[in-house]
Structure formats: structure tokens, C-alpha cells
Ligand binder design. Structure first.
Ligand SMILES: Cc1cc2nc3c(=O)[nH]c(=O)nc-3n(C[C@H](O)[C@H](O)[C@H](O)COP(=O)(O)OP(=O)(O)OC[C@H]3O[C@@H](n4cnc5c(N)ncnc54)[C@H](O)[C@@H]3O)c2cc1C
Ligand code: FES
Length: 259
């Protein structure tokens, strides 16, 4: 195991339901919290249980002292189990894993577009960008207002498909509108595959654009070969867990992560 990767028993400090079926859980995790970079993830499993059999990948949302916070939507077995853990109960975290977003230079302007469970990266990316002296702006899209949440101390421009909050339209349409008056040095995006494909198509050739793909993962460490992402130059495949999950849109063929 690389020296900056750890296997930690991490106990739940607290869980908050921040929107319907949407949770923030804070874990005590001194080693991973000290090592993680924005856009990296952990593989989470439940000790003493083979159900679910495979660990689940989660982007680290925030570092709080010796703890890490995960943001998730309870859609299936793993996330429902996670949301029901009581304070003090433990999971096993393996991480930090993967290649995160590139470091930003002082004065660089970055736009971060997120949607769905991709909103997990919002706090860690924005906080780190501000610490680097960069100028980040955050954009968060959802179908409707009920699916959106606010993060403490972070200014966000919202977009909803039904117009119930913020801009009426998708987060990509919002960025296209803003692009008529302004232009960032970089765009970062994290969200569902159709959103990432749209970001790649609209901005990939105009601005340095980086997307975090959510290709399903079994091991998270480059061992099972189960997360291929086709290279743009036709020379084969990257592994989303090891070479990504963050890719420059010029590196990969489609944002979906599918073969
Ligand atoms: C690098 C990486 C980072 C990730 N980060 C996060 C994160 O920060 N937060 C998070 O919630 N998830 C994240 N995911 C997805 C996560 O690993 C799980 O797949 C997801 O949480 C569902 O797990 P589950 O066991 O609850 O559902 P499962 O029982 O595995 O799946 C149940 C059903 O839900 C569907 N499903 C899976 N994911 C989603 C989704 N996001 N929205 C709607 N339906 C879905 C499945 O296709 C399946 O039909 C990430 C995935 C990757 C690869
Ligand atoms: S998840 Fe096993 S190689 Fe990527």
C-alpha cells in the first residue's frame, strides 16, 4: 500500500439529513483527513459484514480537524445502511485514493459545476481553492429546489430544471450564459454522467476542463481492472480509480466512463 494511503476504522461522529434522502456523515479518521486532496475518494466497507459485498466509493466532502465528512444520497443498500449507523459505530475507510483535481495557482479563476451526489466535492474544492489564493465560483444544479442543499460559508449559484430556485435550466446552461460575459481559467465538474458529457462537449475545447467520473468501482485501487475509461487518442483505457476519477476532458473520449 502506498505510504500516503491508509486503511482506517472510522467511527461515526454525527449524521445529518440535509435534504430528503441526502446525508452528511462525519467520521473520525485522523490519517485520511490529514492526507486527502480535493477530488480524491475513499472506499467504504462495513466491518464484519459481507452485505454489501463490495466496498462503495465516496468522494471526501470536507475535512474537519481529525475527521472527514461524506455526502451521499441514500439510493441503495450501501448508502441506506450508512445513513442508519449510530454515533460511535464504525466503518472501514481505505484512502485517500485516486487523482483529484489539479492544484490551483494564486489568482486563477475556477468554476466548479456540480449536480446530484457530485455536490460532495463542493466544500473541499472551494475551501482548498480559496486557501491557494485562487478565485473559485460554485454552481449547483438539480431537478428541483428540494434536492438542493446549502453548505456553510460557501456561496453557490443554484440552477433548477423546474425553476423553483436560482436559474431556470441546467447548470450547464447557466455556465454557458455566464461564459458570454466572463471566462474562467479552469472548469471543474462532478455529477451525473449526462451532465459531465454536456460539460465536456460545451466547454472542453474552450477552457481547460476537468471532470470527475463516477464509473462504478469494485476495488478502487487498480487491481480488478473493472473501471475502464476509454482514452481519447484511441490507445486503450485508463482506470477511473487509479488514473482518475478526475480527468482532463482532452484525455478521455466520453464522460460516461462506459466502454
Ligand atoms: C469515485 C466515486 C466517487 C463517488 N462519490 C460519491 C459520493 O460522494 N456520494 C454518493 O452518494 N455517491 C458517490 N459515489 C457513488 C457510490 O459509490 C455508490 O455507487 C452510490 O452511493 C450507491 O451505493 P448504494 O450501495 O447505496 O447503491 P447500490 O445498491 O449499489 O445501487 C442501488 C441502485 O442505485 C443506483 N445508483 C447508484 N448510484 C446512484 C446515484 N448516485 N444516484 C442515483 N442512483 C444511483 C444504482 O444504479 C442501482 O440501481 C461515487 C462513486 C465513485 C466511483
Ligand atoms: S475499481 Fe478495480 S481497477 Fe478500478
Amino acid at each position: 500500500m502506498p505510504t500516503n494511503q491508509f486503511l482506517e476504522y472510522a467511527s461515526v461522529i454525527k449524521t445529518l439529513e440535509v435534504a430528503p434522502h441526502t446525508f452528511l456523515t462525519e467520521f473520525s479518521s485522523p490519517k485520511i483527513s490529514a492526507a486527502v486532496k480535493p477530488g480524491q475518494f475513499v472506499m467504504l466497507s462495513f466491518p464484519g459484514s459481507l452485505d454489501p459485498l463490495l466496498p462503495r466509493a465516496f468522494s471526501v466532502c470536507e475535512v474537519k480537524g481529525d475527521g472527514v465528512v461524506l455526502f451521499y444520497v441514500a439510493v441503495g443498500k450501501g448508502t441506506r445502511l450508512l445513513s442508519k449507523l449510530r454515533n460511535g459505530e464504525e466503518v472501514i475507510l481505505n484512502g485517500p485514493l485516486g487523482r483529484g483535481f489539479p492544484e490551483l495557482a494564486r489568482g486563477e479563476k475556477v468554476w466548479l459545476a456540480v449536480g446530484g451526489s457530485g455536490a460532495a466535492v463542493l466544500p473541499i474544492v472551494i475551501t482548498s481553492a480559496i486557501d491557494s489564493g485562487a478565485f473559485p465560483e460554485a454552481f449547483y444544479g438539480a431537478r428541483t429546489m428540494k434536492q438542493l442543499m446549502h453548505f456553510d460559508n460557501i456561496q453557490i449559484e443554484f440552477a433548477t430544471d423546474d425553476g423553483s430556485a436560482g436559474f431556470h435550466g441546467t447548470v450547464v446552461e447557466l455556465l454557458k450564459l455566464k461564459m458570454k460575459k466572463d471566462r474562467p481559467d479552469k472548469i471543474f465538474a462532478c455529477g451525473p454522467s449526462p451532465m459531465l458529457a454536456s460539460v465536456q462537449r460545451e466547454f472542453g475545447e474552450k477552457v481547460r476542463t476537468y471532470i470527475s467520473v463516477e464509473t462504478p468501482m469494485a476495488c478502487g485501487m487498480g487491481l480488478c481492472q473493472g473501471c475502464p475509461v476509454r482514452k481519447k487518442d484511441g490507445t486503450g483505457y485508463y482506470l477511473a480509480c487509479k488514473d482518475g476519477p478526475v480527468f482532463d476532458t482532452n484525455e478521455i473520449e466520453v464522460a460516461t466512463g462506459a466502454i
